[in-house]
Structure formats: structure tokens, C-alpha cells
Ligand binder design. Structure first.
Ligand code: GRF
Length: 196
């Protein structure tokens, strides 16, 4: 069985990245991690990736000033050199330009902590609480030019409880993210293979 070469983009602690790397330890998993790339040299996830035996790279957006495309071209060169076939954004905190999104269209997915199409962008947990929603959750979706707007691949739901704070809700959703992302990535790989 061919496994797609997976690159994971992170900016921080990388707990979703870790869940993907753990799933991919199984040789039957449809993606094989080839690289974890961070835009922040101090991202905690880099150490975790190294401990998992996965190559890491840093492209610091601060080295490129306001030139977002130059930053992305530098990332793209590393992704291509690693033979990347699918990219999973996992807490990657830079908005991508249409150039990058277009280039990787149909091979670029993201995890977002809300039940999309609700609460695109930031502060998703507080916004769900403030709206009086009965439930919240997380979504894995294809990345398109509009932030958090691409088609949803898979979602997981959790109840919002009386008195919930954003932190409490985030802590309830996070383990769901960790089971959802490997499953949704496997589904994305199947879709890519079916297209080929
Ligand atoms: C997660 O909540 C993810 O949904 C969001 O950013 C957070 C990243 O956490 N996009 P981690 O770095 O994967 O631990």
C-alpha cells in the first residue's frame, strides 16, 4: 500500500501533530510523516517531533518582514525537497496566501476548534459559550483561500456545560481533536488516492 508523504505545519505545542505522528507509527496508516515544519523556532512541538524520529525544519516568518509570499516560498522549497504529498496544518498560526493555498489545493487540510461553519477565526470556545450554544466541537477541513472556509472532512461534538469557561471547553474538545485528526487525515488520503 502506498502511503502519502505527510508534512505537518505547526506554530506551538503540537499536541495534534503528536496525535498524527502516533497514528502514523502504524505501517498500515495511509500517510507517512516526512517533515514537521514550524514558523517559530521555539515551538514545543519540534522537540516532540524529534523524539518521534521525524525530521524538523524551521522557517521563521520574522525573517521575511511583511513579505508573506517570500516566507511561503521558503516553506514550499522545504516541503518539495521532502517530497510532500499532503500537508496537515496543526495549530499553524499564519494565514496562508492564495498562492500557497492554490499550489497545494486538494492536498492541504486544517483542524479548527469549532463546529464549522460556526466560529471561523479565533476565540472559538468563548464565542460558542457567549452564543449560548448547547454544543461545540472541532472540524477538519480542506484549506481554501477563505480562512476556515473549505469543505469539512469530519467533525466531533462535545456538550457545552453550565458554567463552562473557554479553557474548560477547550480542554474538553482537545482530546476529541486528537482522535478526529488522524481519522480525518486518513479520509483525506483516501480522497486524494481516489482522485489520482
Ligand atoms: C488546536 O486547538 C487546533 O484546533 C487549533 O490550534 C490548536 C493547536 O493545538 N488550530 P496543538 O498545537 O495541536 O496542541
Amino acid at each position: 500500500m502506498t502511503r502519502l508523504n505527510l508534512a505537518i505545519l505547526i506554530s506551538g505545542r503540537g499536541s495534534n501533530m503528536k496525535a498524527l505522528l502516533e497514528a502514523a507509527r502504524d505501517p498500515a496508516y495511509p500517510a507517512r510523516p516526512v517533515m514537521v515544519l514550524s514558523n517559530r523556532p521555539d515551538a514545543g512541538g519540534l522537540e516532540t517531533a524529534t523524539a518521534e524520529g521525524v525530521a524538523t525544519a524551521v522557517v521563521d516568518h520574522k525573517d521575511f518582514g511583511k513579505d508573506r509570499e517570500a516566507f511561503e516560498r521558503a516553506m514550499d522549497a522545504k516541503l518539495e525537497a521532502a517530497g510532500t504529498e499532503i500537508i496537515a496544518l496543526a495549530g499553524f498560526m499564519r494565514v496562508l496566501t492564495p498562492w500557497f493555498v492554490e499550489k497545494w489545493s486538494g492536498r492541504l487540510i486544517n483542524i479548527h476548534p469549532s463546529l464549522l461553519p460556526k466560529y471561523k477565526g479565533l476565540d472559538t470556545h468563548q464565542r460558542a459559550i457567549d452564543a449560548g450554544d448547547a454544543e461545540a466541537g472541532c472540524s477538519v477541513h480542506w484549506v481554501t483561500a477563505g480562512v476556515d472556509e473549505g469543505a469539512v472532512i469530519q467533525q466531533a461534538r462535545v456538550p457545552i456545560q453550565p458554567g463552562d469557561t473557554a479553557d474548560a471547553l477547550a480542554a474538553r474538545i482537545l482530546p476529541e481533536e486528537h482522535s478526529l485528526y488522524p481519522a480525518a487525515l486518513a479520509k483525506a488520503c483516501a480522497e486524494i488516492k481516489a482522485r489520482a
